[in-house]
Design a protein around this ligand. Structure first.
Ligand code: B12
Length: 144
Protein backbone atom coordinates (compact mmCIF):
# COMPACT_ATOMS: atom_id res chain seq x y z
CA UNK A 1 0.00 0.00 0.00
CA UNK A 2 1.15 3.56 -0.75
CA UNK A 3 1.08 5.63 2.45
CA UNK A 4 -1.55 8.33 2.17
CA UNK A 5 -1.07 11.96 3.03
CA UNK A 6 -2.17 12.35 6.68
CA UNK A 7 -4.44 15.20 5.55
CA UNK A 8 -6.33 12.95 3.13
CA UNK A 9 -6.74 9.57 4.74
CA UNK A 10 -8.71 7.47 2.33
CA UNK A 11 -10.75 4.26 2.53
CA UNK A 12 -12.70 2.31 -0.06
CA UNK A 13 -16.10 1.17 1.17
CA UNK A 14 -18.84 -1.00 -0.26
CA UNK A 15 -21.32 -3.81 0.21
CA UNK A 16 -20.78 -7.29 -1.22
CA UNK A 17 -22.01 -8.26 -4.68
CA UNK A 18 -25.33 -9.96 -3.92
CA UNK A 19 -26.26 -7.62 -1.10
CA UNK A 20 -28.65 -4.67 -1.28
CA UNK A 21 -28.69 -3.66 2.41
CA UNK A 22 -27.81 0.03 2.34
CA UNK A 23 -28.36 1.48 5.81
CA UNK A 24 -25.17 0.42 7.61
CA UNK A 25 -23.13 1.34 4.51
CA UNK A 26 -24.48 4.90 4.58
CA UNK A 27 -23.97 5.21 8.33
CA UNK A 28 -20.37 3.96 8.09
CA UNK A 29 -19.60 6.33 5.20
CA UNK A 30 -21.13 9.23 7.13
CA UNK A 31 -19.20 8.40 10.31
CA UNK A 32 -15.84 7.97 8.57
CA UNK A 33 -16.33 11.22 6.64
CA UNK A 34 -17.13 12.89 9.94
CA UNK A 35 -13.81 11.52 11.24
CA UNK A 36 -12.08 13.24 8.31
CA UNK A 37 -11.69 10.32 5.91
CA UNK A 38 -12.11 10.60 2.18
CA UNK A 39 -14.52 7.71 1.58
CA UNK A 40 -14.78 6.16 -1.86
CA UNK A 41 -18.18 4.58 -1.34
CA UNK A 42 -19.10 2.05 -4.02
CA UNK A 43 -22.42 1.36 -2.30
CA UNK A 44 -24.45 -1.83 -2.42
CA UNK A 45 -24.14 -4.82 -4.79
CA UNK A 46 -20.47 -4.25 -5.56
CA UNK A 47 -18.75 -7.11 -7.42
CA UNK A 48 -15.15 -8.00 -6.56
CA UNK A 49 -13.98 -6.58 -9.89
CA UNK A 50 -15.31 -3.12 -8.93
CA UNK A 51 -13.56 -3.28 -5.56
CA UNK A 52 -10.36 -4.27 -7.40
CA UNK A 53 -10.72 -1.41 -9.89
CA UNK A 54 -11.17 1.07 -7.02
CA UNK A 55 -8.08 -0.31 -5.25
CA UNK A 56 -6.07 0.14 -8.45
CA UNK A 57 -7.43 3.65 -8.93
CA UNK A 58 -6.71 4.59 -5.29
CA UNK A 59 -3.42 2.90 -4.32
CA UNK A 60 -3.21 5.22 -1.30
CA UNK A 61 -6.41 3.82 0.26
CA UNK A 62 -5.68 2.60 3.78
CA UNK A 63 -8.21 -0.21 3.66
CA UNK A 64 -10.94 -1.83 1.66
CA UNK A 65 -13.96 -1.96 4.00
CA UNK A 66 -16.72 -4.34 2.96
CA UNK A 67 -20.13 -4.93 4.51
CA UNK A 68 -22.31 -8.00 4.03
CA UNK A 69 -25.71 -8.49 5.66
CA UNK A 70 -27.58 -11.12 3.69
CA UNK A 71 -25.41 -14.03 4.82
CA UNK A 72 -23.58 -14.60 1.53
CA UNK A 73 -20.21 -13.00 2.31
CA UNK A 74 -18.26 -16.16 1.53
CA UNK A 75 -19.83 -16.64 -1.91
CA UNK A 76 -19.55 -12.97 -2.78
CA UNK A 77 -15.92 -12.57 -1.74
CA UNK A 78 -14.38 -15.72 -3.17
CA UNK A 79 -12.42 -13.73 -5.78
CA UNK A 80 -10.56 -11.72 -3.12
CA UNK A 81 -7.53 -13.95 -2.63
CA UNK A 82 -6.92 -14.21 -6.39
CA UNK A 83 -6.98 -10.40 -6.66
CA UNK A 84 -4.61 -10.10 -3.69
CA UNK A 85 -2.22 -12.72 -5.05
CA UNK A 86 -2.14 -10.85 -8.37
CA UNK A 87 -1.19 -7.67 -6.47
CA UNK A 88 -4.40 -5.94 -7.51
CA UNK A 89 -5.55 -5.39 -3.91
CA UNK A 90 -2.64 -4.19 -1.79
CA UNK A 91 -4.40 -2.68 1.22
CA UNK A 92 -5.92 -4.65 4.12
CA UNK A 93 -9.45 -5.96 3.65
CA UNK A 94 -11.85 -5.34 6.55
CA UNK A 95 -15.21 -7.10 6.67
CA UNK A 96 -18.25 -6.60 8.89
CA UNK A 97 -21.97 -7.25 9.13
CA UNK A 98 -24.09 -10.38 9.30
CA UNK A 99 -21.64 -12.71 7.67
CA UNK A 100 -23.35 -16.06 7.35
CA UNK A 101 -26.87 -17.38 6.99
CA UNK A 102 -28.93 -17.91 10.15
CA UNK A 103 -28.71 -16.65 13.72
CA UNK A 104 -26.33 -19.39 14.93
CA UNK A 105 -22.85 -18.56 13.67
CA UNK A 106 -20.59 -21.62 13.56
CA UNK A 107 -17.09 -21.34 15.03
CA UNK A 108 -15.48 -21.81 11.60
CA UNK A 109 -17.36 -19.02 9.81
CA UNK A 110 -14.71 -16.34 10.39
CA UNK A 111 -11.87 -18.75 9.56
CA UNK A 112 -13.49 -19.51 6.20
CA UNK A 113 -13.58 -15.81 5.44
CA UNK A 114 -9.96 -15.31 6.49
CA UNK A 115 -9.03 -18.19 4.19
CA UNK A 116 -10.38 -16.34 1.13
CA UNK A 117 -8.44 -13.14 1.73
CA UNK A 118 -10.27 -11.17 4.43
CA UNK A 119 -7.70 -9.67 6.84
CA UNK A 120 -9.90 -8.34 9.65
CA UNK A 121 -13.46 -9.03 10.75
CA UNK A 122 -15.18 -6.46 12.96
CA UNK A 123 -18.57 -6.76 14.65
CA UNK A 124 -19.05 -3.07 15.35
CA UNK A 125 -18.38 -0.15 12.96
CA UNK A 126 -17.32 1.88 16.01
CA UNK A 127 -14.16 -0.28 16.04
CA UNK A 128 -13.18 0.92 12.55
CA UNK A 129 -11.29 4.16 13.40
CA UNK A 130 -9.05 2.38 15.92
CA UNK A 131 -8.33 -0.47 13.50
CA UNK A 132 -7.57 2.01 10.69
CA UNK A 133 -5.15 3.86 12.99
CA UNK A 134 -3.42 0.57 13.85
CA UNK A 135 -3.20 -0.44 10.18
CA UNK A 136 -1.75 2.94 9.23
CA UNK A 137 0.81 2.78 12.05
CA UNK A 138 1.79 -0.72 10.88
CA UNK A 139 2.14 0.43 7.25
CA UNK A 140 4.31 3.38 8.33
CA UNK A 141 6.56 1.05 10.36
CA UNK A 142 6.87 -1.32 7.37
CA UNK A 143 7.76 1.62 5.08
CA UNK A 144 10.48 3.05 7.36
C1 B12 B 1 -34.08 -3.39 5.99
C2 B12 B 1 -33.77 -4.83 5.67
C3 B12 B 1 -33.89 -5.23 4.34
C4 B12 B 1 -34.25 -4.27 3.21
C5 B12 B 1 -32.97 -3.49 2.81
C6 B12 B 1 -33.32 -2.10 2.26
C7 B12 B 1 -32.07 -1.31 2.01
N1 B12 B 1 -32.03 -0.67 0.87
O1 B12 B 1 -31.15 -1.27 2.83
C8 B12 B 1 -34.73 -5.26 2.11
C9 B12 B 1 -36.24 -5.43 2.24
C10 B12 B 1 -34.40 -4.88 0.66
C11 B12 B 1 -34.07 -6.55 2.54
C12 B12 B 1 -33.87 -7.62 1.69
C13 B12 B 1 -33.35 -8.82 2.10
N2 B12 B 1 -33.03 -9.18 3.35
CO1 B12 B 1 -32.93 -7.94 4.81
N3 B12 B 1 -33.08 -6.99 6.41
C14 B12 B 1 -33.38 -5.76 6.68
C15 B12 B 1 -33.37 -5.52 8.21
C16 B12 B 1 -34.83 -5.50 8.68
C17 B12 B 1 -32.69 -4.26 8.70
C18 B12 B 1 -31.28 -4.06 8.14
C19 B12 B 1 -30.78 -2.68 8.54
O2 B12 B 1 -30.77 -1.77 7.72
N4 B12 B 1 -30.39 -2.50 9.82
C20 B12 B 1 -29.83 -1.24 10.29
C21 B12 B 1 -28.30 -1.26 10.15
C22 B12 B 1 -27.67 0.00 10.73
O3 B12 B 1 -27.83 -2.34 10.93
P1 B12 B 1 -27.30 -3.68 10.31
O4 B12 B 1 -27.59 -3.74 8.86
O5 B12 B 1 -27.78 -4.81 11.17
O6 B12 B 1 -25.73 -3.54 10.49
C23 B12 B 1 -25.13 -3.56 11.77
C24 B12 B 1 -24.06 -4.63 11.89
O7 B12 B 1 -24.33 -5.78 11.08
C25 B12 B 1 -22.80 -3.92 11.54
N5 B12 B 1 -22.37 -3.82 10.15
C26 B12 B 1 -23.10 -3.79 9.01
N6 B12 B 1 -22.31 -3.62 7.95
C27 B12 B 1 -21.05 -3.52 8.42
C28 B12 B 1 -19.84 -3.30 7.75
C29 B12 B 1 -18.66 -3.22 8.51
C30 B12 B 1 -17.36 -3.00 7.81
C31 B12 B 1 -18.70 -3.35 9.92
C32 B12 B 1 -17.44 -3.27 10.71
C33 B12 B 1 -19.92 -3.58 10.57
C34 B12 B 1 -21.07 -3.65 9.82
O8 B12 B 1 -23.01 -2.60 11.97
C35 B12 B 1 -24.40 -2.24 11.94
C36 B12 B 1 -24.72 -1.50 13.22
O9 B12 B 1 -24.49 -2.32 14.33
C37 B12 B 1 -32.61 -6.80 8.72
C38 B12 B 1 -33.08 -7.37 10.05
C39 B12 B 1 -32.68 -6.52 11.23
N7 B12 B 1 -33.62 -6.14 12.05
O10 B12 B 1 -31.48 -6.21 11.34
C40 B12 B 1 -32.85 -7.80 7.60
C41 B12 B 1 -31.83 -8.87 7.29
C42 B12 B 1 -30.43 -8.26 7.28
N8 B12 B 1 -32.22 -9.28 5.94
C43 B12 B 1 -32.10 -10.54 5.76
C44 B12 B 1 -32.42 -11.23 4.57
C45 B12 B 1 -32.32 -12.75 4.59
C46 B12 B 1 -32.84 -10.53 3.43
C47 B12 B 1 -33.23 -11.15 2.09
C48 B12 B 1 -32.40 -12.33 1.62
C49 B12 B 1 -34.73 -11.52 2.21
C50 B12 B 1 -35.31 -12.21 1.00
N9 B12 B 1 -35.58 -13.47 1.18
O11 B12 B 1 -35.46 -11.60 -0.03
C51 B12 B 1 -33.12 -9.95 1.15
C52 B12 B 1 -31.71 -9.85 0.57
C53 B12 B 1 -31.61 -8.77 -0.45
C54 B12 B 1 -30.18 -8.69 -0.93
N10 B12 B 1 -30.02 -8.91 -2.23
O12 B12 B 1 -29.28 -8.44 -0.18
C55 B12 B 1 -31.58 -11.28 6.99
C56 B12 B 1 -30.11 -11.72 6.88
C57 B12 B 1 -30.01 -13.07 7.56
C58 B12 B 1 -28.67 -13.66 7.64
N11 B12 B 1 -27.56 -13.04 7.29
O13 B12 B 1 -28.64 -14.77 8.11
C59 B12 B 1 -31.90 -10.22 8.11
C60 B12 B 1 -30.96 -10.27 9.32
C61 B12 B 1 -33.36 -10.52 8.57
C62 B12 B 1 -33.47 -11.85 9.27
N12 B12 B 1 -33.47 -11.85 10.61
O14 B12 B 1 -33.58 -12.87 8.67
N13 B12 B 1 -33.72 -6.49 3.83
Amino acid sequence: MTISDPQTRKVILGVAASDSHAVANHLIAFTLRDEGYLVINLGTCTPIEEFVAACEEHPDAEALVIGSLNGHAWDDLRGLSRAKEAGRIRCPVVLGGNLSVGSHKGAGADERLYSIGVDHILADPAQLPLLLDELRAHALREAS
